[in-house]
Design a protein around this ligand. Structure first.
Ligand SMILES: [Zn+2]
Ligand SMILES: [Zn+2]
Length: 141
């Protein structure tokens, strides 16, 4: 186990598939962003899924076009007692988090530290849509 920060170690970011036995890759900017979220809500942000190894990504590909997970730059997170809307809105204020996605059905958000322009999306069914003004209203953002 390797500590990456005050509240996280490498296992928190490791791939969850049974094949690679906890392979991991993590961008330290992502760890810092999660610490910032935890500080804000005074509760550690739970990581539901972060790094995906190539084999796991192949398996998930049918439902996901996002690949920042395979680069250690993305995580699915939730904070106990905090709505995903509240979490989403706060994530938008964290500069490292360029990509943010709302998963209303799964009840978590995706955050990533991709380079370039910010991206906001929402998952509906098995598809991802840009978070337009209409969708923002629909999901209470
Ligand atoms: Zn794996
Ligand atoms: Zn994701």
């Amino acid at each position: 186990m390797t500590n990456l920060s005050e509240h996280y170690n490498n296992k928190d970011f490791a791939c969850l598939c049974p094949e690679c036995r906890g392979e991991y890759k993590v961008h330290l900017g992502l760890v810092g962003a999660l610490e910032q979220i935890g500080t804000h809500f005074r509760k550690r942000a739970q990581i539901l899924s972060a790094y995906w190894c190539d084999a796991y990504y192949e398996k998930l590909k049918k439902t996901s076009k996002r690949s920042f997970h395979t680069r250690g730059k993305a995580a699915h997170i939730a904070v106990d007692g905090v709505s995903i809307q509240e979490l989403f809105k706060y994530a938008e204020t964290v500069p490292e988090l360029r990509g943010i996605g709302l998963y209303p059905k799964e009840n978590f958000i995706h955050v990533d530290t991709r380079p370039g322009d910010p991206v906001r999306f929402v998952k509906e069914g098995n598809d991802y849509y840009p978070l337009t003004a209409d969708k923002k209203t629909k999901y209470g953002l």
